[in-house]
Design a protein around this ligand. Sequence first.
Ligand SMILES: Cc1cc2nc3c(=O)[nH]c(=O)nc-3n(C[C@H](O)[C@H](O)[C@H](O)COP(=O)(O)OP(=O)(O)OC[C@H]3O[C@@H](n4cnc5c(N)ncnc54)[C@H](O)[C@@H]3O)c2cc1C
Ligand SMILES: NC(=O)c1ccc[n+]([C@@H]2O[C@H](COP(=O)([O-])OP(=O)(O)OC[C@H]3O[C@@H](n4cnc5c(N)ncnc54)[C@H](OP(=O)(O)O)[C@@H]3O)[C@@H](O)[C@H]2O)c1
Length: 383
Amino acid sequence: MSETTHAKYTRNQPYLSKVLTNQRLTGPESEKETIHVELELEEGMTYTPGDAVGIIPTNREEQVESVLKALGFSGTERVLDHYKVEISLHEALTTRLGIGKLARGSVNQYAKLCGETVPEGLKGLLGPENKALAEEYVWGREFLDLVTEFPGVVKQPQELFNVLQRLTPRMYSIASSQTAHPNEVHTTVRVIKYHAHNLDRQGVASGHLGERAPVGSTMPIFLHENHAFRLPEDTSAPVIMIGPGTGIAPFRAFLEERQATAQKGDNWLFFGEQRSVSDYLYKEQFLRMHADGLLTNLHTAFSRDQGKKVYVQDRMQENAAELYAWLERGAYFYVCGDASRMAKDVELALLDVIAKGSNGTLEHANEYLAAMKKAKRYQRDVY
Ligand SMILES: Cc1cc2nc3c(=O)[nH]c(=O)nc-3n(C[C@H](O)[C@H](O)[C@H](O)COP(=O)(O)OP(=O)(O)OC[C@H]3O[C@@H](n4cnc5c(N)ncnc54)[C@H](O)[C@@H]3O)c2cc1C
Ligand SMILES: NC(=O)c1ccc[n+]([C@@H]2O[C@H](COP(=O)([O-])OP(=O)(O)OC[C@H]3O[C@@H](n4cnc5c(N)ncnc54)[C@H](OP(=O)(O)O)[C@@H]3O)[C@@H](O)[C@H]2O)c1
């Protein structure tokens, strides 16, 4: 497939896409709400598996109303946005300003508005010496919490542009192949919902997609190229894909692409989630691909199906000899999903697999992996 077309639509000039499908993938018993969203594309908008789609969210109306009430404004006040365009304060709080998760910088800017009379509680969150306390304070809190706890600080609506960060787009790995679905882009989104400091909270973009993006509604989007995450140019090269949780998304795209274009290379997928009964994302599709022979190997790790946690890297270890044989055959190795722990642990497991397979040292395994990286045979898309 051709590379993504020259971006006609960007984060500043997004395409207003129609929501074609919005389905929950996880079962009712699941601890997570992970959804599959299909969005319509205009003729000529193209992407390549490995790319991402940018979603431009809006803040929830209830949240905007709560902030207005706490600030003592009506919402009809006029303000200038980041481009000096005059809009209502209500519009600014809905589409321009990040009133969700609180940033430490916002706490500092808020305190500056107090001048000489910074409340004691707020003082204790300022300066480099109180960084840890401030980090603890902002965790699980939103702008509303700050205004409620320290009221009467914002005198002019325009001041909010100095306090709050911009409401930014969120990226989602593309979960579809355009060869299989012309004029559509699919995503796999975990809807972030949590309870903190006595309130139910949700992620801005994933909450928008999860609760306020029914079929037929519109969503501003743009396509985002990622040249660092691509199927091998040699269509007969084997690929190994490690995609726990929403990390599965680009591998659905890879597999659909390889299927739709009849690529000959072998495919091996490792998927992990909490429970097989409720969290096996795209189960039927992957089982069918396995039965059809597109997926040579399919390994799952359901961490909470048994007493002891089992992760994708355990499955890699259990299949170490075959995995190493694939690498020796020139396989490409891909990882997508959680950057904080999973990607590091998978890399350690991979080094171990290489060391065992080659009867070599860890030093040799590191060299082997470095050579794979250089040949673009080790690619990661982690967040
Ligand atoms: C290249 C790339 C690809 C990505 N692909 C995907 C994908 O395919 N699918 C996907 O779902 N996501 C993906 N993401 C993540 C996605 O972009 C968003 O970051 C994610 O959906 C959260 O955005 P949000 O607006 O819903 O949440 P936000 O409003 O940004 O809120 C998230 C924040 O809430 C806070 N928070 C979350 N949970 C808790 C808690 N329990 N307690 C207290 N605070 C908490 C944390 O500060 C967290 O950073 C990707 C990210 C990148 C960079
Ligand atoms: N920036 C954000 O706001 C944001 C938003 C959404 C997602 N994310 C990232 O995307 C990741 C994907 O989220 P997700 O809920 O779809 O899946 P996930 O949290 O990655 O969970 C998927 C599976 O991976 C397991 N796992 C936990 N730790 C692991 C490790 N060290 N190595 C291998 N597997 C491990 C989990 O098991 P257990 O849970 O049973 O331990 C679960 O079975 C998140 O972890 C998060 O980092 C970030």
